[in-house]
Design a protein around this ligand. Structure first.
Ligand code: KIV
Length: 277
């Protein structure tokens, strides 16, 4: 059965109705189709693609062009899920007008339904500028990976009284600026619960405990495909790396021994004269 398109108002209503939101970072056409068939509500084309797909050490080098390439691929899958394009580092920090221009590219060229930006109070005016152009914006606060140089690494945020208050203020400022939802990353679960109760817009947690309105993880992490460091909040739903390695080694072995291709896997001019493929 065809799913109905998940829109921004649908996502916002899910909080009011107490329906939990399932979001996943996905970067390509075939995986977007699978995620959609699995019933994912929101596909985030996250800048984590820099690490997971492009082999960078952090998300910092990711460019607009790299993001757009993957946003377009996911959009071509025409998912029912809401497609959110992550704004890469330095595509929205310089000025609200530059941020708006780049957010517009994600919608016009990439085909995304919405964009996501990292940062709290310091990005509220940017979120407002993008939202005023009727481009839906998701916020992202807490352990924001584009700020790792400032944090000194991937460190849980909001553990101290001052840090907690700052993150609550960030969340309230983004709601006030018009964000339709906020990702809470790498914060203690009690703080995430408090923010979720304070806000009327949905919170989507990653490493923020069970009380958020929704959860987001990276597809390659839950499928057991990523080779790098996997944090404690990831749950692996499959361990595909050994299976893929076995299949690829099987192919290499068969080519080397001549077991592939068989005559059944080869064209025969007498039998196959009508079919080319
Ligand atoms: O880039 C990403 O995939 C993200 C999520 C993990 C929230 O920002």
């Amino acid at each position: 059965m065809e799913r109905k398109k998940v829109t921004v108002p649908v996502v916002m209503a899910m909080k009011r109705k107490g329906k939990r939101i399932a979001m996943l970072s996905v970067y390509d056409y075939p995986t977007a189709r699978l995620a959609d068939q699995a019933g994912i509500d929101i596909i985030l084309v996250g800048d984590t693609l820099g690490m997971v797909i492009l082999g960078y050490e952090t998300t910092l080098p990711v460019t607009m062009d790299e993001m757009l390439c993957h946003v377009k691929a996911v959009s071509r899958a025409k998912p029912a899920a809401l497609v959110i394009a992550d704004m890469p580092f330095m595509s929205f920090q310089v000025s609200p007008s530059e941020a708006l221009r780049n957010a517009g590219r994600m919608i016009k060229e990439g085909g995304a339904d919405a964009v996501k930006i990292e940062g709290g109070i310091c990005r509220a005016s940017t979120a407002k500028a993008i939202g005023d152009a009727k481009i839906p914006v998701m916020g992202h606060i807490g352990l924001t990976p584009q700020a790792i140089r400032r944090f000194g690494g991937y460190k849980v945020q909001g553990k101290t009284g001052r840090g907690r208050e700052a993150i609550i203020d960030d969340a309230l400022a983004l709601e006030e600026a018009g964000c339709f939802a906020i990702v809470l990353e790498g914060v203690p679960w009690k703080l995430a619960k408090e923010i979720t109760e304070k806000l009327s817009i949905p919170t989507i947690g990653i490493g923020a405990g069970p009380h958020c309105d929704g959860q987001v993880l990276v597809c390659h992490d839950i499928l057991g495909l990523y080779d790098g460091y996997v944090p404690k909040f990831v749950r692996k739903y499959a361990d595909l790396k050994p299976d893929i390695l076995k299949a690829l080694s099987g192919y290499v072995g068969d080519v080397r021994t001549g077991a592939f291709p068989s005559l059944d896997e080869s064209y025969d001019d007498a039998k196959d004269n009508k079919k080319d493929r």
